[in-house]
Ligand binder design. Structure first.
Ligand code: SIN
Length: 504
């Protein structure tokens, strides 16, 4: 085992949240080490985001209205204060990114061009190049990070576990480098920006390498996990047999594309805005049509047609690569895992329940998404709260000697494939007690055979939360409990108690 002392924050993850944190921490005077398993811009969900960044940017909109839409989408579990902290940062965050060079689409008057997505009461999604927002925004941040002399990036480095001192404070992380070295890296604090858990599902629109491992390792260190059962399924993943599945952005439906079955019948009714219902409602309609053998398709021929190549170049290219021309054929779609609303409990500055540990972006649960994330709020959260976490982390001075360094084994490919198939089938769009109990038994069996792999612990948190939530709410639908409870309650879980660390 190698040891390294880094005199500043350690950021784990190279997506928008992690790099926004790194940039702000560096600008506040800290030395920052960013560790990420792949070269920047590869294999992180933010680079794949098509829709854009939600923010109140027009005269018809306001942070208050944006917060109200966020609350309504979240089905009773959005924290009003967190939502307001997010939406208040909307314009400032978009302008900060534009200042770094993110080429947001502009309206004729020079302001930000905005488009409509489901459950937003006004158009408010700032886009870039039609459907290229994530990559363009992240590219600007990556350029700024590379120009910052006090940020060092290891782009072949995976998180294996967290280091803690006697008091349970997080004082660093065990990192595996591409050359096989394991490095216990101590730091003034750790910012987890490890992304979501789409790789736990066989059908996902996110990089399959993201398996909830940051959440699992934080939980194994004693951090509180909030609402892990809330997973968002996107209704229009393109079903052309690819893993991960390419996404057909919701903005297509915002422009009038329609969801139909194999006979051309509307899935959600004829009215113009029928397909812009909350994402969970649309996902269930797509799932039901497929289960009934009717098929589900996104028909963009009339609404987009010949404009496809320049208005939605990423979706167009994904379709054409699979031999499907969306100008002449409806696009076959399925519901696929898209976003994890639950995660490591954190505040708007990224502070978790463990001293020295911050969490930002999709691995965090800050209370802004509740049971159902409002479309395009996640890029805003990643940049806005990522920046705040970076500023807070820059002030950390560190803890005691590392005493506890637990690492988790990897899950072999065959076991992961079995887990992913079972998660999609039993902890997917529709869940019930029987399927979830069978899934827990599978996780137990895989753990007995392979050890406590982080992917298994992440799956266990999601499944346990789903089994215990005997109601349907937002992205969590129980066929055996279809009703929504009168009172909305959070799930709070811990895998261990942090206070017992000192006694161990
Ligand atoms: C989309 O473009 O449909 C996805 C946007 C989001 O998930 O926020």
């Amino acid at each position: 085992m190698n040891r390294l002392r880094h005199d500043g924050p350690l950021v784990v993850g190279g997506g928008l949240a992690g790099l926004s944190a790194a940039l702000e921490a560096a600008r506040a005077g800290a030395k920052v080490l960013v560790v990420t398993p792949e070269p920047l811009l590869n294999a992180c969900s933010s680079a794949w985001a098509q829709g854009g960044m939600a923010a109140a940017l027009t005269a018809a909109d306001s942070p208050d209205l944006h917060a109200r839409d966020t609350l309504a989408a979240g089905a009773g579990l959005v924290e009003a204060q967190a939502a307001r902290a997010l939406t208040d940062h909307g314009r400032e965050t978009v302008e900060w990114l534009a200042g770094l060079g993110a080429p947001f689409d502009r309206a004729a008057d020079g302001g930000f061009a905005v488009s409509l997505e489901a459950a937003h009461s006004v158009p408010r999604v700032a886009r870039v190049g039609g459907d290229g927002a994530g990559r363009a925004i992240l590219s600007a941040v990556v350029t700024a990070v590379r120009a910052e002399k006090t940020i060092q990036v290891w782009d072949d480095a995976r998180l294996k576990g967290l280091l803690q001192d006697d008091s349970g404070r997080v004082v660093g992380a065990t990192i595996a480098r591409g050359d096989g070295r394991m490095i216990e890296t101590t730091a003034t604090c750790v910012i987890l920006a490890t992304g979501g858990a789409g790789g736990l599902y066989a059908a996902t629109t996110t990089p399959a390498t993201l398996k909830g491992e940051g959440m699992a390792l934080a939980a194994m260190a004693g951090a509180e996990i909030l609402d892990p059962e809330f997973v968002q399924f996107h209704p229009t993943a393109i079903d052309v047999g690819l893993d991960p599945a390419p996404l057909a952005t919701e903005a297509l439906r915002g422009e009038g594309a329609r969801l139909v079955d194999g006979q051309g019948r509307f899935l959600l009714g004829e009215t113009e805005d029928a397909d812009l219902k909350p994402r969970d409602v649309v996902a269930r309609a797509v799932h039901a049509a497929r289960m009934e053998g009717r098929g589900a398709f996104l028909d963009a021929r009339a609404a987009i047609g010949e404009a496809f190549p320049h208005e939605f170049p990423a979706v167009f290219a994904a379709c054409m690569r699979s031999g499907l021309d969306p100008r002449v054929s409806p696009i076959p779609v399925m519901a696929a895992c898209h976003y994890h609303m639950g995660g490591i409990a954190a505040d708007a500055d990224g502070r978790t329940t463990l001293p020295g540990l911050y969490a930002v972006g999709e691995c965090a649960a800050t209370g802004v998404h509740g049971a159902n994330r409002l479309a395009s709020n996640s890029l805003l959260e990643a940049a806005a709260f990522g920046r705040r976490a970076g500023q807070a982390a820059a002030k950390e001075t560190g803890g005691g000697r590392a005493r506890r360094a637990e690492t988790a084994p990897d899950l072999p490919e065959a076991a992961l494939a079995e887990l992913r198939a079972a998660m999609t089938e039993k902890a997917g769009v529709i869940r019930d007690a029987e399927g979830l109990a069978a899934l827990l038994a599978l996780i137990d069996r895989l753990e007995a055979a392979n050890g406590p792999a982080a992917a298994l612990q992440a799956a266990r948190l999601i499944v346990r939360g789903a089994l215990d939530r005997r109601e349907s709410r937002g992205g969590h639908y129980r066929a055996d409990h279809p009703e929504t409870a009168a009172e909305a309650r959070h799930t709070r879980m811990r895998l261990r108690q942090p206070e017992i660390l000192a006694a161990e």
